[in-house]
Write a protein that binds this ligand. Structure first.
Ligand SMILES: Cc1cc2nc3c(=O)[nH]c(=O)nc-3n(C[C@H](O)[C@H](O)[C@H](O)COP(=O)(O)OP(=O)(O)OC[C@H]3O[C@@H](n4cnc5c(N)ncnc54)[C@H](O)[C@@H]3O)c2cc1C
Length: 402
């Protein structure tokens, strides 16, 4: 039987493992955590991510957990619109949605079926990639060999470090926090357009929020509430969460409603701080031959980027959906090697383009200093599509390969 090892059970690894198992691969999934779980924040899933989930037959699960994403539009801290919301885009068939990360994890875990060999508490430490040998990984005690290995072990991927030592993780110059406030202690939301969520940009500071389910309800899955994400310039903060929360309240003091109320309703335990970093340079390839197949890099392990486009998970889902199509009928040996090479050729140019766009959007968002912010706000107000639209369109228009 054709065999695969998937390292890492994040969104990318779970999606790839399930997709491969459903097309006849014997899959072993290795995860360093003691169980399979997502964190307690939320995610925006853009149309490309929705299409990828549909291509992997997971859209039924998505429908059960998704809430509509807020319409696109950007405000100033005063509440004045800088970029008017674009409702037309959000009404199309593949409209963006917002989901609780734990719900998405549960959906992907349900998609694994009962044939996958799941090993938790396994931290891969060694990688063997030799032309004449089956690819293998090891945690120092046991070794797992297969026709090919999917490296979905995230930003600090051990597998990528072995295969592409020249790519390093570089801090993106900002710190990011996320939280979900359950409905029972969420503040009352304004009745104007800001009530459904949205995005606000200040001098290098950015705040977004979205609703998980109907206000006051338990949410579609019982994990409903108000999701928010904030980005500020500088490095990650080492202080305890209660101090980080005080800092966030001070940085966003005076911003339009309900931002202050959301931060006031957040408790230290709700707060998740994330390292914001990207890979430089982008790996030269996303596949590496070994034995009858080789290794592929997927998700943040292949193309971690700063979250300015909010696309990392969607791109990991695209990777998994692409692998599924290309590997469906691949036989270990020449056709598998060809399929892994085709994966790299299909994915890398797109990711190189998106990474450039993400940096450009990051520069727009991080404008700091009075003059730079004024120039940025004026340009965004006049020609948002020139600054942001093209990036967003390239990303959103993806279709799975036939
Ligand atoms: C603030 C912020 C907001 C974001 N918002 C969005 C958004 O709205 N929409 C969106 O699409 N994306 C968003 N992203 C990006 C998204 O969170 C990531 O790109 C995505 O989670 C990457 O998934 P992954 O499966 O590739 O990696 P990960 O989620 O990092 O999963 C890697 C898995 O591998 C395991 N692992 C690691 N090393 C080993 C090892 N040696 N052995 C075994 N297991 C290992 C880990 O425990 C983990 O389970 C955001 C990111 C940030 C920081």
């Amino acid at each position: 039987m054709r065999s695969a090892v998937v390292v890492g059970a994040g969104i990318g690894g779970l999606a790839a493992a399930g997709a491969l198992a459903r097309t006849g691969w014997e899959v072993t999934l290795l995860e360093r955590g003691d169980r399979l779980r997502g964190d307690s924040a939320a995610l925006l899933i853009w149309p490309n991510g929705v299409r990828a989930l549909r291509a992997m037959d997971l859209s039924g699960g998505l429908n059960a957990i998704a809430s509509p994403a807020p319409s696109r539009g950007i405000r100033r801290p005063s509440g004045q619109w800088m970029v008017q919301p674009d409702d037309a885009v959000e009404r199309d068939a593949d409209a963006s949605v917002v989901v609780h990360r734990e719900d998405l994890h549960d959906t992907l875990v349900a998609g694994l079926g009962d044939k996958i060999d799941i090993r938790t508490g396994v931290q891969v430490r060694a990688v063997r990639c030799e032309p004449g040998e089956q690819p293998s990984v090891s945690d120092g005690r046991s070794t797992w060999q297969a026709d090919f290995v999917v490296a979905a072990d995230g930003l600090d991927s051990v597998v990528r470090r072995r295969l592409v030592p020249e790519s390093s993780v570089v801090a993106a110059g900002c710190a990011a926090w996320r939280a979900v406030i359950p409905w029972y202690r969420a503040p009352k939301l304004p009745a104007d357009g800001a009530g459904t969520g949205g995005e606000t940009l200040g001098a290098g500071h950015r705040f977004r929020y979205a609703l998980l389910g109907e206000p006051g309800s338990a949410g579609v899955s019982g994990r409903g509430g108000v999701y928010w994400a904030a980005t500020v310039p500088g490095a990650s903060r080492p202080e305890p969460p209660a101090t980080q929360l005080s800092l966030l309240r001070r940085w966003f003091a005076g911003w339009h409603a309900p931002i202050g109320d959301l931060l006031a309703a957040t408790e230290p335990d709700d707060l998740i701080q994330h390292p914001v970093a990207e890979l430089r340079p982008l790996p030269r390839a996303f596949s590496f031959p070994a034995g009858p197949g080789g290794f592929v890099l997927l998700g943040d392990a292949a193309h971690a980027m700063s979250p300015h486009l909010s696309q990392g998970a969607c791109l990991a889902l695209e990777d998994a959906a692409t692998l599924r199509v290309l590997l469906k009928d691949a036989i270990p040996g020449r056709t598998l090697q060809g399929a892994l090479d085709a994966y790299s050729r299909a994915r890398r140019p797109r990711l190189a383009r998106i990474l450039r766009q993400s940096r450009r959007v990051g520069a727009v968002y991080s404008a700091n200093g009075t003059l730079a912010v004024r120039a940025r706000d004026a340009a965004l107000g006049l020609t948002p599509n020139r600054l942001l639209g093209r990036a967003s369109d390239t990303v959103r228009q993806w279709r799975p390969p036939a």
